[in-house]
Design a protein around this ligand. Structure first.
Ligand code: C2E
Ligand code: SIN
Ligand code: SIN
Ligand code: FE
Ligand code: FE
Length: 623
């Protein structure tokens, strides 16, 4: 009864079961065992186990010891090696897992052996693929060119690749199984990395492209790009990929630096173009120099080519303002030496150059440490010296010097072009002065020729300028009026002495000639461009408000305002002067005459203005 029950159970379970007697001959074999071995129970019964249940090592193919023998020897349940494969009846093999156990009688003697085994094809494949996956991962880690760390959940290093050991000059012994923060003199104990690994990563499956700039042991200050991934496997671990992007970051920074410097050059260019004031251009130059070369102070000394002296022209960043003009000669002062040698002079530490520094109280007072002087050379000539000062030691790279040189070239061009412009302006101003002197000379000559009109031109000019100011004319218009007034009777040069100095009234013919003097003035002055804007008075000063004047008979506001203003001043002064043909009038008579001619000879508004200017009441004006 009990045996039958047992039998039913054995025949219905999924595992293969074989039962043998103590000699190892088969008593029982369930259907699962039949399927696995390829033998039927009836064929197998009474056969030695080894014949039906042939097992070999998976790899070596060596026959393995029968489990029956082992169970009998050890008297207890045994497990087969994990590498066991069963050779089926048809010669094919099946990986199996297997347990053998003794069957004991009531008295405890071994009555037989029961073998329970399973087809492990599927399970072994899983195992193999897991193994291969691991091998693959390790190969990947080993071959990735960037350093890679595999960390456990508690941030210990499980694995690191060759690139890691190479980059950080360390060994597996110093690395494996240690908390990442303790590696390499705690060089990875970086607050940002702690935050990433302990705060950010646990809430995300990964973080990418995180930049850390840090002073690493052995390799110095580097910028590392970190990528981390949380990987869920049998246990959780963290892949940390490290990429040294220092060079790339530096290249980017250099690019930005160059862009900033280009902009600085453009700023200076614009200053040169838009301002022709030396001071303003130098101020902008020095602003850019201190900003982009990162120095505390800078100055420009200009070289006077005639005296060979350097003069302080502009400075920035000095606590006390220099400087007296310095005489340039070899070895006299740093700037003098730079200009003389036409070569850049760089002194990283002035404190080590005592004798010379002590001769320069400025350098001492300002506590400068680094000095750099550059000659400013344009068209092959030294125009000046650009000097840079820094209150701590500077150790600039080649880039810095290159940029300094570019700035120096630009500064030299700026100085040259501004100096050129200033020279031109100076010569222009000198020319204006020369003209004015010439004009005054002409006016005096004219007065002399008129003999008794001495000082007339000067006086009418002053009065006319006063009237013009009162009329609100601009300084520029007044400058032309002044010249026109001085030259108003220049046309009389064309009038023969016989007429000009005639002590009697003029005949009709003489008058016809005399009335030509404004046309003569026009002919004489219009070819001179400088005097063309001053022509109105010489040409129109005998026109009359009512249209009865000459040479053209202009009327009212057809007559240029300057000529209307001038006419009043001219007659006012002429009447009070002796003439070859009459003696001077009294002031009251002249005044009465001017008033009487308002609206006839003169513009009535000008007469009113005139009366105000000479301090007379317009109310007494005769209508
Ligand atoms: P001017 O002597 O310099 O006089 C300038 C203007 O002042 C004259 O322009 C006239 O408008 C006014 N003026 C000068 N003297 C008198 C005067 O005694 N009475 C009056 N009412 N107005 C006077 P105008 O008349 O066109 O004369 C132009 C220039 O012709 C004079 O310049 C002078 O050089 C000359 N001129 C005018 N009249 C005579 C004259 O009788 N004999 C001579 N030799 N020259 C004369
Ligand atoms: C000038 O051209 O010198 C200015 C004229 C003036 O203001 O009188
Ligand atoms: C002067 O030289 O007296 C000034 C010249 C001018 O006013 O244009
Ligand atoms: Fe005249
Ligand atoms: Fe006159």
């Amino acid at each position: 009864m009990r045996e039958a029950y047992l039998r039913d159970a054995l025949y219905s379970i999924g595992d293969a079961v074989i039962v043998t007697n103590v000699e190892g001959r088969i008593n029982l074999m369930n259907p699962a065992a039949e399927r696995l071995t390829g033998w039927t129970e009836s064929e197998a019964r009474e056969s030695p186990l080894e014949q039906i249940f042939q097992i070999v090592d998976e790899e070596t193919r060596a026959t393995l010891e029968s489990p029956v023998a082992r169970v009998l020897r050890e008297g207890a349940a045994v497990k087969l090696s994990r590498r066991t494969v069963l050779v089926r009846r048809d010669g094919r093999t099946v990986p199996i897992g297997d347990t053998g156990a003794p069957i004991r009688t009531a008295t405890g003697d071994i009555a037989g052996i029961i073998l329970i085994f399973q087809d492990q094809t599927a399970a072994r494949a899983d195992l193999r693929s897991a193994y291969q996956a691991r091998e693959f991962a390790e190969n990947v880690i080993a071959t990735v060119r960037e350093p890679l760390l595999v960390l456990s959940r508690d941030l210990r290093v499980i694995s690191a690749n060759r690139a890691f050991y190479q980059m950080f000059r360390t060994t597996p012994a110093e690395t494996l199984d240690r908390p990442i923060y303790e590696l390499g003199n705690r060089q990875w104990d970086i607050p940002e990395l702690r935050r990433l690994l302990e705060e950010i990563l646990p809430q995300n499956t990964h973080f990418d492209g995180y930049e850390v700039t840090h002073d690493f042991e052995h390799i110095g200050r580097r910028t590392m790009l970190l990528n981390a991934r949380r990987v869920q496997h049998s246990d959780e671990f963290i892949l940390l990929a490290i990429e040294d992007v220092t060079e790339r970051v530096r290249a980017e920074q250099r690019l930005h630096l160059h862009l900033r410097r280009l902009r600085a050059l453009r700023t200076i260019d614009r200053a040169i173009i838009s301002s022709l004031d030396m001071r303003a251009v130098l101020d902008i130059l020095l602003e850019q120099v201190t900003l982009h070369l990162h120095v505390d102070a800078a100055s420009v000394q200009l070289l006077d080519p005639h005296t060979q002296t350097l003069t302080f022209a502009a400075g920035r960043g000095f606590q006390s303002l220099p400087m007296q003009p310095m005489t340039l000669s070899a070895g006299e002062g740093y700037a003098g030496r730079v200009a003389f040698d036409r070569r850049l002079l760089f002194i990283a530490d002035l404190r080590q150059e005592y004798p010379e520094t002590f001769t320069s109280p400025i350098l001492q007072r300002e506590a400068f440490v680094t000095y750099c002087g550059v000659p400013l050379i344009a068209k092959g000539q030294v125009k000046g010296v650009l000097e840079l000062f820094h209150r701590s030691r500077l150790d600039p790279d080649q880039d810095w010097f290159d940029f300094l040189e570019t700035l120096a070239v630009q500064a030299a061009i700026a100085i040259d072009s501004v100096a050129l412009f200033e020279a031109m302006q100076r010569s222009n101003a000198q020319m204006v002065l020369a003209y004015e002197a010439t004009i005054r000379g002409w006016a005096q000559a004219l007065d002399l020729r008129d003999r008794e009109t001495e000082g007339h031109s000067q006086r009418v000019t002053e009065l006319t300028v006063q009237l013009a100011r009162a009329a609100g004319l601009s300084d520029e218009q007044i400058a032309h009026i002044r010249r026109g007034a001085l030259l108003h009777d220049i046309g009389k040069l064309g009038i023969p002495d016989a007429i000009l100095r005639k002590p009697e009234p003029l005949t009709e013919e003489e008058w016809a000639i005399m009335r030509k003097h404004p046309d003569y003035a026009y002919m004489m002055l219009s070819p001179i461009e400088y005097l063309r804007p001053a022509l109105d008075i010489p040409y129109c000063h005998h026109e009359r408000w009512d249209g009865t004047g000459y040479p053209r008979g202009l009327k009212g506001e057809q007559i240029p305002l300057s000529a209307r203003l001038f006419a009043v001043a001219d007659v006012w002064d002429a009447l009070q002067s002796d003439r070859p043909y009459r003696t001077r009038w009294k002031r009251e008579e002249a005044l009465e005459y001017i008033r009487s001619q308002a609206g006839k000879h003169f513009d009535p508004d000008v007469v009113e203005l005139f009366l105000k200017v000479i301090g007379e009441e317009p109310s007494s004006r005769v209508p």
